[in-house]
Design a protein around this ligand. Structure first.
Ligand code: HEC
Ligand code: HEC
Ligand code: HEC
Ligand code: HEC
Ligand code: HEC
Length: 467
C-alpha cells in the first residue's frame, strides 16, 4: 500500500471525524436559522439590505446567516490570535526592548484588519480596539484578493465589499456581494498562498522562524498530481454537506470547518477551552505513525511524519517541544526511563543529549539560545520531515526517523509515548522574568500525548513490535 494512499486515507478519516464533530453545530445553526431568517415562501427574496464595509468586518454580522461557520471559527486560534496572553506579553516586551522598532511586525499577522485600517502601529492599544478588528477575522481571509509575498502576511485587502471563497454561482439572498477566488478554493494549489503568507514568519534579521508554507511547498502535497495534491485547507478545513447560509432556498454545498485545531490551546479559563482542547487532541492523536520494537536489550523507536503536509512539529516550532518518553519496568517496578519530563519543568531543562527532542532552537548573534523572535539571528532545527517524493528509488522516499536505544538493565515491559507542548516553560518563564507576564500564567503550559504514539511491549510479545 503506497504511503500516499495511506496519507490520503488518513486525511479523509480526519475529515470524517471533524465533520461528525461539526454535526452538533449544524443543528444549532438550523435552529438559529428558523429563528432569524423566517422566509415563509419560495418566492424570490426581497432586496436584502447590504452590509456596510464596517459591518462586513464584524464576524457577529455573519453569524446571522452563517451560524455554523461562525461557531466553528470561534473555537479556534484564529479567533483568539490578538487576545492570546502570550502574544500580548511578548509583543509588549518586543516593543520595549526594540524601542518601537518592532512596529507592526507581530500585529500584521495577529490583528491584520486593525493594521490595514491604521488603528494600530504597535499592538500596544489592542485592548481599546473594537473586537471586530482583532484576530484572524472572517474579513481578514474573505476580502483578500491578492497575496504579494510568501511570508509575513503580505495580504492585499480589496475593500470593495466583495466576499471571496470557492463558490462560483452564489445563491441569492446574501447581505454582500460574492465572488469565486482560487486563493480561497481548497481544491486549488493557489489557496495555500493565503494561509502560507501568514504561516511563514521572517524577522528583521531575515531568519525564517516559521516555515510551514515553505515545508509544504517542498512536499508531495504541493505537486499538481491528483493522487497527492492536498492544500492547507484540504487537510485543515474538512467539510460536510449542507447549506452554507441559512437563507431560504440555499442549496446543499460543502460546509467547511473553520476551527483549525493544531497544537495550541485556549487558556483553561476561556469559555470554550474544553471544546477546543478536545478538537486539538483529536487532531493530534493520529498525527504521527510510530513504532516500538524490542530485541534483547535493544529498543527501536520509529517516528514517521506520514500525515502532515509539512514538518512535525511545524509553525511555531521554536516554542514547541515534542519528545519521546520510554519507561522500562521489571516485575511491576520501573527500572529505567528516558524522556520523562516533570509537569512543572521545561523539557529542554530536563532532557539530556541522549534523549529525543523534536524542536527548533533560536540563537542570537553570538550563538546563545534565545526565546524571543525579534532577537533571533539563526536557528537550529530537529523536526520530522514530510514526504517529499513519490519515487521509491529516491533515497529521500523513506523519511521516517529510527533510533536504537540500549536499555542497560534487564526488563520485561517497555512503554512509549510522544508528548508535546505548544509552548514550554522556557518561553513562558522568560516572559515572567521580564515582568511582562504574571507568574500565575505558568499554568498556560499544557503537556499533551499523541494517542497513536502510545505503545506497550511485554515479554509476551517476544522479539518484535508492540501493537
Ligand atoms: C443575510 C444573510 C447573509 C449574511 C448576513 C452574510 N452572508 Fe455570506 N452568504 C449568504 C448567502 C445566501 C451566500 C450564498 C450561499 C450559496 O451560494 O450557497 C453567501 C455566501 C458567502 C460566501 C461565499 C462567497 C463565494 O462566492 O464563494 C462567503 C465567503 C460569505 N458568504 C461570507 C460572509 C461573511 C464573512 C459575512 C459577514 C460579514 C456574511 N457572509 C454575511 C448570506 C449571508
Ligand atoms: C483563515 C482564513 C479564513 C477565515 C478566518 C474564515 N474563513 Fe471562511 N473560508 C475559508 C476557506 C479557505 C474556505 C473554503 C472555500 C472552499 O474551498 O470552497 C472558506 C469558506 C467559507 C464559506 C463558503 C462555504 C464553505 O464552507 O465553503 C463561508 C460562507 C465562510 N467561509 C464564512 C466565514 C465566516 C462567517 C467567517 C468568520 C466567522 C470565516 N469564514 C472565516 C477561509 C477562512
Ligand atoms: C507572518 C505572520 C506572523 C508574525 C509576523 C508573527 N506571528 Fe505569531 N503566530 C503566527 C502563526 C501563524 C502562529 C501559529 C503557528 C503555530 O502555532 O504553529 C503564531 C503563534 C504565535 C503564538 C502562540 C504560540 C507560540 O508559539 O507562542 C504567540 C505567543 C505568538 N505567535 C507571538 C508572536 C509575537 C510576539 C510576534 C512578534 C514578535 C509574532 N507572533 C509574529 C503568525 C505570525
Ligand atoms: C496532508 C495534510 C496536511 C496538509 C496539506 C497541511 N497540514 Fe498542517 N497539519 C497536518 C497534521 C496532521 C498536523 C498535526 C496535527 C496537529 O497539529 O494537531 C498539522 C499541523 C499544523 C499546524 C500546527 C503546528 C504544529 O506544530 O504541528 C499548523 C500551524 C499547520 N498544520 C498549518 C498548515 C498550513 C499553513 C498548511 C499549508 C501550507 C498545512 N498545514 C498543510 C496536516 C496537514
Ligand atoms: C492573517 C494571517 C493568517 C492567515 C491568512 C491564516 N492564518 Fe492560521 N494562524 C494565524 C495566527 C496568528 C495563528 C495563531 C494564533 C495564536 O495562537 O495566537 C494561526 C493559527 C493557526 C492554526 C493553529 C496552530 C496551532 O499551533 O494550534 C492552524 C492549524 C492554522 N492557523 C491554519 C491555517 C490555515 C489552514 C489557513 C488558510 C486557510 C490559515 N491558517 C490562514 C494567522 C493566519
Amino acid at each position: 500500500m503506497s504511503r500516499v494512499r495511506q496519507q490520503l486515507h488518513r486525511a479523509s478519516t480526519l475529515s470524517r471525524r471533524a465533520s461528525t464533530g461539526a454535526l452538533a453545530l449544524t443543528l444549532v445553526g438550523a435552529a438559529l436559522a428558523t429563528a432569524s431568517c423566517s422566509s415563509k415562501s419560495a418566492t424570490p427574496a426581497p432586496e436584502v439590505p447590504q452590509l456596510t464595509l464596517e459591518q462586513l468586518r464584524d464576524p457577529e454580522e455573519c453569524a446571522r446567516c452563517h451560524a455554523e461557520h461562525y461557531a466553528s471559527w470561534s473555537l479556534g486560534m484564529h479567533a483568539f490570535a490578538a487576545d492570546d496572553p502570550l502574544f500580548l506579553a511578548a509583543n509588549a516586551r518586543g516593543q520595549r526592548e526594540t524601542k518601537g522598532a518592532l512596529g507592526v511586525f507581530c500585529v500584521r499577522c495577529h490583528a491584520p484588519v486593525a493594521v490595514a485600517l491604521g488603528l494600530t502601529t504597535d499592538g500596544l492599544n489592542l485592548a481599546s480596539l473594537p473586537k471586530a478588528t482583532k484576530g484572524i477575522t472572517c474579513y481578514a481571509c474573505h476580502s483578500v484578493d491578492r497575496v504579494d509575498a510568501a511570508h509575513d502576511a503580505a495580504l492585499h485587502y480589496a475593500s470593495d465589499g466583495v466576499l471571496r471563497a470557492g463558490i462560483a454561482d452564489p445563491a441569492p439572498g446574501a447581505a454582500h456581494a460574492s465572488a469565486y477566488s482560487p486563493l480561497h478554493d481548497r481544491e486549488q494549489l493557489d489557496s495555500a498562498k493565503l494561509c502560507g503568507s501568514c504561516h511563514d514568519v521572517q524577522n528583521a534579521n531575515a531568519v525564517p522562524l516559521a516555515r510551514t508554507y515553505a515545508e509544504w511547498q517542498g512536499s508531495i502535497f504541493a505537486h499538481d498530481t491528483p493522487t497527492t495534491k492536498l492544500t492547507c485547507a484540504a487537510c485543515h478545513m474538512p467539510g460536510h454537506d449542507g447549506p452554507v447560509a441559512s437563507t431560504a432556498g440555499a442549496p446543499t454545498r460543502r460546509v467547511h470547518d473553520h476551527s483549525v485545531p493544531g497544537v495550541d490551546l485556549f487558556p483553561a479559563s476561556a469559555p470554550a477551552a474544553s471544546q477546543q482542547r478536545a478538537a486539538v487532541q483529536a487532531a493530534l492523536d493520529p498525527a504521527l505513525s510510530t513504532k516500538l520494537c524490542v530485541q534483547g536489550q535493544k529498543v527501536t523507536v520509529t517516528l514517521d511524519d506520514a500525515f502532515a503536509g509539512h514538518a512535525f512539529p511545524s509553525g511555531a516550532a521554536y516554542h514547541r517541544r515534542a519528545w519521546v518518553e520510554l519507561v522500562a519496568a521489571r516485575a511491576g517496578a520501573d527500572v529505567w526511563s528516558m524522556g520523562q519530563v516533570p509537569d512543572d519543568q521545561a523539557a529542554i531543562a530536563t532532557l539530556g543529549d541522549d534523549t529525543w527532542l523534536l524542536a527548533d532552537r533560536l540563537k542570537d548573534a553570538s550563538g546563545a539560545p534565545v526565546e524571543q523572535l525579534w532577537t533571533a539571528a539563526s536557528y537550529t532545527s530537529n523536526v520530522l520531515l514530510p514526504a517529499v517524493t513519490n519515487d521509491k528509488t529516491d533515497p529521500r522516499w523513506y523519511h521516517a526517523m529510527v533510533r536504537d536505544v540500549t536499555v542497560p538493565v534487564p526488563f520485561d515491559r517497555v512503554s512509549m509515548r510522544v508528548r508535546i507542548r505548544a509552548v514550554d516553560y522556557d518561553f513562558v518563564d522568560d516572559l515572567i522574568a521580564s515582568g511582562d507576564l504574571p507568574a500565575a500564567q505558568r499554568s498556560l503550559v499544557t503537556t499533551l500525548t499523541l494517542g497513536s504514539s502510545v505503545h506497550v511491549w511485554t515479554t509476551a510479545i517476544g522479539v518484535g513490535c508492540a501493537p
